[in-house]
Design a binder for this molecule. Sequence first.
Ligand SMILES: CCCCCCCCCCCCC/C=C/C(=O)SCCNC(=O)CCNC(=O)[C@H](O)C(C)(C)COP(=O)(O)OP(=O)(O)OC[C@H]1O[C@@H](n2cnc3c(N)ncnc32)[C@H](O)[C@@H]1OP(=O)(O)O
Length: 719
Amino acid sequence: MAQYSLVAGSVGLITLQNPPVNALSAVVRKGIVSTFERALRDPKVKSVVICGQNGVFCGGADIKEFGTNMSGPPLVPMIHAIEAADKPVVAAIEGSALGGGLELALGCHYRIAHSNARLGLPEVSLGLLPAAGGTQRLPRLIGIPAALDLITTGRHVTAAEALQLGIVDQVTDHKIVDEAVKFVLSVAGKPLDARRISTYPCPPLSDLDTVFEMVMQKVRQRAHGAIAPIACVQAVQAAATLPYAQGMEREKELMATLFTSGQARSMQYCFFAQRAVSKWSIPSGARWDTSMPRPVHKAAVIGLGTMGRGITVALAQTGLSVVAVETQEKQLMEAKQAMPGMLERGARRRGVSLTLHKITYSRDIRAVADVDLVIEAVFEDMALKKKVFQQLSDICKPGTFLCTNTSGLDVDHLASQTCNPELVVGMHFFAPAHVMKLLEVVYGPRSSPQAVATAMQLGKKMGKVSVAVGNCRGFVGNRMLKPYVEQAFFLLEEGATPEQVDGALEEFGFSMGVFKVSDLSGLDVGWRVRMADGFAEPGASSGPSARVRQGRRYSPLGDLLCEQGRFGQKTGQGWYQYDKPGGRVARSDPWLHSFLAEYRTRHGLVARRIDNQEVLERCLYALINEGFRILEDGIAAGPEDIDLIYVFGYGWPRHRGGPMFYAGMVGLTKVLQRLEHYHQAHPDVPFMQPCSLLRRLVASGSPPVHRWREVIKKVHSQL
Ligand SMILES: CCCCCCCCCCCCC/C=C/C(=O)SCCNC(=O)CCNC(=O)[C@H](O)C(C)(C)COP(=O)(O)OP(=O)(O)OC[C@H]1O[C@@H](n2cnc3c(N)ncnc32)[C@H](O)[C@@H]1OP(=O)(O)O
């Protein structure tokens, strides 16, 4: 709702009230319309201030209303009425003014912001565009290039930047409503014509066509198939080339296409999923709202390889004191040289001051004796990690949480090396750890609720999307990767090329296909895992039995490349070739193509034409099928957890909602049928055997993804 009061004798104060973010629900819109009409009617009222309660102006349209039968007064005429009023209206902005919230403010004649405010038009990240006049007013106010930047990226700006751009008229550190009232009294009686943004011409720009062509090209490249960013550019182009009223028509038309699209549904699902996973619960019954985290003031990182450095930087950036331990002199020196630059770049990116003094370096593991939490990030080797955990258990003060950054080893086994296994959890970061948003928090059967809560809260403080997952080989993300990569290898055996497989996946929306990712992260990573699992064996990659291991189909292609020293980008050769070791630009490699041809001949395989549909079905459905197994095993609490892991850690396109949501969009029956089809064709590939939870969901009428938990619960209760 919206509350109305008269202040300072002549100012009508409208306060948006819809906790927690004062979203513009039907009730709020109704409240604004009626209180605004009241203010206009009242002869005592000479001016109006609009603000939000509880330190937040407005988080935008109520996203929960999208996809329902929307009722109540529409936003566009409401904002027009405010702009057309003959009494001055000031938006008093503190906290957030986002989406429809900022559009409402742009309809006001003046905008004053508290220095804590953040403003933006993030609709693009929900698969939409700012369709309450945002695409037409913002370019008129701040010019086309700046408006294109804000609208196509959805980024939030601080009050200081908003002032610099001309979005707000004044920034204050004082009480926002008091300042807004003072301000509106000072402008009472001044003509308002020059304050109605919709009447402004768009600031002229030379060579408009070229500007839009270039922006469109850049946006398309970044969008990876998402349609909203393209529509945003088209709407701003309308602002630049058409009169306001026609621009508004175009905005509406473009919004109508986006509003009902699957992409918008997927992205809005991701928005709510992100909030849902922070409300974690684990099979022991521990939950986010009943488990108290312990404060962490000082942390330590053991091992300063790529991961350790990234984690140290990420911790220091949150303001923690960090002890960075590396026992090897050379590696320590390299880390000391590299990390200030990483911190500097991070500080510049986030517009904050540098935090070099937060890190102390040591070669001696005993330096961690007084920290609250340790993250072990040594080489991925169980024997080495076990030794580190034994040492930590002896050295650390009582109660120190011991975390491992392993990407898939048994967290419980590590816990068993310590005197207090309840203090041990996994904190699995993704490279580069100071940039990537995902954190898997891995609980073992003995991890205490407090340890899980502390790791989850630390992740949040570090700006990560933290997802609590159970302990199994590869946890959630890497476990699902196995069948995906396996199918990609099989496709090469059957006639596809790395270029084709990657092309199909990139067209689907991944920023990089599976083979390019493998080259980037190093082929030896998977090779080591396959060796540890008893699949890859030196010298066993040729010969007739090379393609069957442990009674199942196996492709030794990755092992063969590793045996040749082709580890990907770092060696300049992998599935592609690079201009030098460490090169970044993948080029097709004729050697690889003849190698594949020879391999097929050696194993009596006849290459066939494989279409992109088959590439996608086999890679993605195999991965999804493993996702169902993970749900069935209780390793992830719900489909949202898996989806966010894939969106934030593995480049799954957000506009496809994550693998489990995507399965629902495709139709569970279809996914099941195709898995059955591929499993019949390859009964020796267990990953393609449809998971019984998938069958169960189909038998239950394929409920929407938010109702899967009910079916999963039933499955678990019957176990
Ligand atoms: C046939 C076709 C017809 C087509 C025509 C269609 C007509 C429709 C026209 C409509 C035109 C609309 C144009 C405008 C669109 C929009 O405004 S879209 C929304 C844009 N806003 C956002 O994207 C902001 C989203 N929110 C946030 O980024 C953050 O929540 C925050 C505001 C920065 C606050 O962050 P924080 O303090 O960390 O809190 P959270 O945990 O994120 O959120 C707290 C709870 O609030 C819920 N919530 C937040 N924002 C919204 C929202 N806009 N709507 C509904 N709910 C919201 C969030 O889910 C949390 O809820 P719980 O999980 O239940 O606690």
